[in-house]
Design a protein around this ligand. Sequence first.
Ligand code: FAD
Length: 317
Amino acid sequence: MKVIDHLKRASGTLFSVEILPPLKGKSVQSIWDILDPIMEFNPSFIDVTYHREEYVYKKRENGLLEKFSIRKRPGTVGICSAIINKYKVDTVPHIICGGFSKEETENALIDLSFLGIDNVLLLRGDAIKSEAQFIPDANGHHYAINLVKQVVNMNRGIYVDDELHEVSPSNFCIGVAGYPEKHSEAPNMKSDLKYLKAKIDAGAEYIVTQMFYDNRKYIDFVNQCRETGITVPIIPGLKPITTKKQSITLPKTFSIDLPDDLLDEIEKCKTDKEVKEAGIEWCVQQSKELIQFGVPCLHYYTMGNGEITCSVARRVF
Ligand code: FAD
């Protein structure tokens, strides 16, 4: 079932999660270990992230360095299909522009269609570590909106390969990303909202937000979206802070701010066990307030830790 239909049929706030595919070489059991306890809370859908290639240098016998392209977490499509098979829960594979030509994207979408996957979250992806800015594939997309247009076209039976005859249209529900604290590269919020609206006007049906720790930022973002003419559901993304280190790394990695009160709580903690408790408490309070605000769904970033998500869900749902 499509995410948009879950949202339309819901009588209250839905619960959903995002997981990462296992590290290359790990078994699918690592995913079941995360998801088995989460299933108690009946997630409406499960997002599976996509991780593009990275470049590493390995020393050869002659002492010279050789550049290799590696993908540390392959398997997004396989994991989505395995989840549907095991739990009968809808999945949302993330598809990115980076590293894909339009034709490769088309072929990936055909695989998803054959597997009965109805949903995609379409993203640009970040620059790879060795590049200062995002560089698209020579025959790929520069922005997520171009990916949205490709999938909308395919839903209308228009393929990149225009020599096909009597094609079968796909039927994907399209989600896109939104940033309550602005995307790091956007010159200002107005510009970011303009491009977000363009993704919706092109055919995206809902938005999932970057994580945030101050509900005011989400509420202001929703209000600004509505003023801009964006009417689709805006799903808040949440991630409890569980270590002191994360209070430094998460703001840096995701270009977000932590509220003073949260930072004060974390600074008071003597151990990471205490930070985990404080982080879960903060996320529970955020979740309850967002439900009061009337959000359509609460979407939790598990980041490899299902037990933390369960600790929050147990007190919220
Ligand atoms: P876009 O919508 O293309 O926007 C990128 C930037 O360009 C923004 O600053 C925007 O304002 C600007 N812009 C957009 N269109 C135009 C235009 N036409 N002209 C000029 N400027 C423009 N990354 C992964 O690699 N894998 C994942 O699985 C993944 N999942 C994510 C899930 C969520 C919910 C979120 C919020 C992010 C996720 N990301 C993922 C990270 C995402 O790929 C990065 O944040 C990326 O930098 C931007 O992606 P986007 O789709 O928002 O890009």
